[in-house]
Write a protein of this length. Structure first.
Length: 390
């Protein structure tokens, strides 16, 4: 296994398409490509619109080679929900058609999909097979898809596969290169200074980055926090415009946000745009209802990005940070105390001391995607017997 040497041809199976908000699957693809590996990013199947067949296109990037594959199943996709046996037969044929369309032999298939679009990674005929669910898998499923190893971001997800004997590694969410560079620049700028001004932009500003239509957002508590602090500006980054097909509750939620004078909706923006605003953000917020969160508050990829800016973070309960002091969060899964925690954090000026900022950034920098790939490569070399596939 030569991931860091850029010697692998990798098929990465993603549950989210390339377009839109970039999360762990996209960042792993970009980091692997930047290392010199030949990466193919396989979107989930198209189920709406007029698109048919299989389309292969090159992702426009400054460095690294990534090809994106879009496809629509050759059979009715709803078989997945009505006849799983026939769906799996169809997807085995689909996998073969994708391989023929791309015309490559893969050394690694790396599957991030927790919904079991492809039930068996042997269908892709790669030498090494990795199953890497970063979200909880579909209820009732615990098969490892014939993978050689299993990677996951949380013990609660890995626990679903406790009966499997394949090697398992829990590895946290990662920090992408843009946030890494920003964090390092902050450290070089602030080290040696006693403190950094709060509200240097004129008003105290709170940032939130994520899909504002996500069902797991604790909307009542989020609104309560914003109403309790009319003197604070809330900068919300993330998609909110696509309300077609959304329930009335989502439409009402977005309307409330638009009506609040201290809220600015930026929509879906690039990480670079968020980082351009980051020097003006005094505090970051995470506000999910753990009971509605598919992962039960196990972890959140946005936490590391927040910490990399150096500013304090207020969040609902996140299990991965239970034994750390890097975020301010409730002692239980309930958000009842979150508004009070938010208020106390705003008043606790000690959290803005330079050393506190630097400590948060350094923690984030220990979790870059490149560092994770190094850890994964060492794990794979110890735990995999590579078998040549004809």
């Amino acid at each position: 296994m030569r991931l860091r040497d850029g010697r692998e041809t990798i098929l990465l199976i993603s549950p989210q398409p390339w377009d839109g908000f970039k999360v762990s699957k996209h960042h792993y693809a970009m980091e692997l490509a930047d290392l010199g590996n030949d990466v193919v990013f396989l979107d989930p199947p198209e189920t709406t619109g007029r698109f048919r067949g299989i389309d292969v296109s090159k992702v426009e990037r400054v460095t690294g080679s990534i090809q994106r594959v879009r496809y629509r199943t050759w059979f009715p996709y709803n078989l997945k929900f009505h006849s799983r046996i026939f769906y799996d037969i169809g997807m085995r044929i689909q996998a073969n058609r994708i391989l023929k369309r791309i015309g490559k032999q893969y050394t690694v298939v790396w599957d991030f999909d927790p919904s079991y679009q492809f039930n068996d990674l042997n269908w892709f005929r790669a030498r090494s097979k990795i199953f890497h669910p970063v979200d909880q898998v579909t209820e009732g499923r615990s098969e490892t898809k014939s993978a050689d190893v299993l990677l996951s971001v949380a013990e609660s997800i890995a626990e679903r596969f406790r009966e499997s004997t394949i090697p398992k590694l829990v590895i946290p969410h990662g920090l992408c290169s843009q946030y890494e560079a920003y964090g390092r620049s902050v450290i070089s700028r602030v080290e040696g200074r006693a403190s950094i001004p709060i509200g240097s932009s004129g008003r105290f500003r709170v940032g939130y980055a994520g899909n504002l239509l996500a069902k797991a957002i604790d909307r009542p508590v989020f609104i309560e926090i914003m109403l309790n602090h009319p003197d604070i500006e809330f900068e919300l980054f993330g998609p909110f415009e696509s309300l077609d097909g959304q329930p009335e509750s989502a439409t009402h939620w977005i309307s409330r946000l638009k009506d609040l004078p201290n809220v600015r909706l930026h929509g879906l923006v690039t990480p670079q745009r968020i980082l351009e605003m980051a020097p003006m953000i005094d505090l970051w917020l995470v506000c999910y209802d753990v009971g509605l969160d598919h992962n039960g508050g196990a972890n959140s990829h946005k936490i590391l990005e927040y910490l990399a800016t150096g500013s304090p973070v207020v969040s609902n309960r996140i299990l991965a940070y239970t034994d750390t002091n890097f975020i301010q969060m409730p002692a239980s899964s309930s958000n009842t105390d979150l508004p009070l925690i938010f208020r106390n954090t705003v008043l606790d000026r000690h959290l803005w001391d330079t050393q506190q900022r630097v400590d948060r950034i350094r923690f984030a920098l220990k979790n870059t995607y490149r560092h994770h790939i190094e850890t994964i490569e060492v794990f794979l070399k110890k735990n995999m017997t590579v078998v040549e596939v004809n």
